[in-house]
Write a protein of this length. Sequence first.
Length: 230
Amino acid sequence: MDEFIRCPNCDFSIINTEERCPHCGAKQLPRRVILDRKPQPFTLTPDEEALELEDIVKPQELGYPREHQAEPPQSQADAPVWRTPEIRRGGFLRRVLAFIIDLVVIGLLSITMCIISFIAYKVGLYGHGRAVTWQTSPPLIFFLALGLAGLTTGYFVLFHGMEGKTIGKWLLGMRVVGAERQTITYGQAFLRWIALVGFAPVGLGFLWIIWSREKRAWHDYLARTWVIRD
């Protein structure tokens, strides 16, 4: 069946097999326009699938950094929940037990110091032809009392100033901290010890731990310290 086209020169209908237009004699161009041809309907075969935009061009292929790519929104259930760690306070019984352990350690050190001091004092008197009696013992007692006070003070101040814990607190998992949970200074440790000794005759200063919500004694309030559990 012959198909008709239009002449590009005079717009006359001619058969597509004609080399020249019978009306004006113009030669047909290589590009031909076919008339009276119905367009074929466009349908997808079952094997074809519809393509989406994200399948054609991916963000990685455009050169965008991964941090600039859109992330799917997270639901509230999937969002991480940040919780403040719970601070466990050192209670009354635990602190009393730790203090007893410290007193045992100080007692052992004191006995050792007294034995060494007595031997040294006796040897010194023997060199002068004298013996240890009640008349010659007052200087020894004075220096022993001074040494015991220095040993006890140094024990609590040095241990609390270094790591915030004595041997008793270390065994029971406690430590003394400041307002920001940092290790206290030696000045705070010294003030805390002086307050503990000063309030000791009253007794209520240490018992205040039972009623305090933060488990603090009077010397803790004065030195701005807290006793927590590790």
